[in-house]
Structures are given as C-alpha cells and as structure tokens.
Design a protein around this ligand. Sequence first.
Ligand code: ADP
Ligand code: 5GP
Length: 197
Amino acid sequence: MERRPRLFVVSGPAGVGKGTLVTKVRELRPDLGLTVSATTRSPRPGEVDGVSYHFLSDEEFTRRVEAGEFLEWAQVHDHRYGTLRSEVDRCLAAGKSVVLEIDVQGGGNVKRIYPDAVRVFIEPPSWDVLVGRLRGRGTEDEASFKLRLEDARQELDLAPTYDVRIVNDDLQTAVRQLADTFESYERYGGTSNNGNH
Ligand code: ADP
Ligand code: 5GP
C-alpha cells in the first residue's frame, strides 16, 4: 500500500531520548519532514540557530505570536516554544510526513487543529533512568535540571492520552518501534497492536 503523509507528534519528558530517537529514525527515513521550532531559551553549546531551533528574543517571539505565525506555542519549563505554521506547511506541501517534537500542551493543541495527527509518547524504563539520562546529558544547570524533573511527573501522567506509547529502554529497539509506528500509520492508518508496544 502507498504511504499517505501524516502529521506525527512526539512528546515525552526532558531527557527521555526524544531528540536521539527522532534523529536516528530520520537516518532511516530521510524523507520525513522535521520542523525547526522557535524558542526564547538560549542555545546550548553546539546548538545552531535555524537548525536546532530558531532562537528568538522575547520581543520577537511575541511579535510572531501576534502576527499569527505559530500553529501552536506553549510555555514549557521556563521559556516559550512554538511551531511555526510555515515550517509545517513547507513539509506537507512537499508531500512529506511531518514530525513535531513538542511538549504535551503542544501535542493537545495540534490534535485540536489536525484531528488526524498521530501522537506518540516516549517513556523512560524507570524514573531513575530518566534522572540519570538528564544528568548524563550535562546540559542543564541545577535549577533547570530540577524544573525539568518536576515537570516530568505531570508529563508522564498524560502518557495514557497518547495514541502510541514507546518505552525508550534499548535504543535500537525503540528506534525500530518508532520507525514502524510511522510506517504503519502512513500505510495502514494505524498499528496492528493498537499502539501498545
Ligand atoms: P530529549 O530530547 O528527550 O530531552 P535526548 O535525546 O537529549 O532527550 O537524550 C537524553 C540523553 O539520554 C542523551 O545523553 C542521550 O544520548 C541519552 N539516551 C537517549 N536514548 C537512550 C537510550 N535508549 N539508552 C541510553 N541513553 C539514551
Ligand atoms: P529543550 O529545551 O530541552 O530543547 O526542550 C524543552 C521542551 O520543549 C521539550 O519537551 C520539547 O519537546 C518542547 N518543545 C520544543 N519545541 C516545541 C514547540 O515548538 N512547541 C511546544 N509546545 N513544545 C516544544
């Protein structure tokens, strides 16, 4: 069966491995469109403006909100993050499926605008593993680390509202499950096991 382009949302707590998984799936599926979000947070070492995010000042973010440029935006942790309509339209117009790596509030908002969107929640194998990964990444100062973990509890509570849940324990297994999920929805409109991997 032909692949039909779909809009996918990938959410999960900070440090669970969303970025790693999506990057690896895109190596297998370079045709997947990935949008570059806008944020008011500062770049981490190694992050490139226009590639990792569009890094915007508070004023510029507000200007774009008022100009209606965002499909959705939300306050996440201590900053604002948003998906630009132009980024999604660019991918969909090119006939590509789109992957939005966004938080749970954004996931809810996108589903209201695109009821056909498929929402995938990435879960850690345990709380301790999540803490270890976030710590091990070494990108957060203590305040930011604590805030992300506080928010993680509420995000994990929303996992049951998602269409598909994937536990990111062994990386290769989770990459395959995410790639299979995308493929199943594109080809058959769903997964054969109701999304519970
Ligand atoms: P997120 O995008 O969800 O915030 P990252 O992709 O930055 O998370 O991953 C957080 C850390 O966990 C990184 O150091 C990454 O290399 C590591 N990681 C991701 N997936 C796994 C996995 N399955 N097993 C072990 N470490 C992982
Ligand atoms: P980080 O600061 O670690 O890059 O991202 C923090 C959180 O912001 C993650 O949960 C990520 O999914 C979320 N996020 C990134 N871009 C967007 C976006 O465009 N919209 C929303 N709602 N959340 C986003």
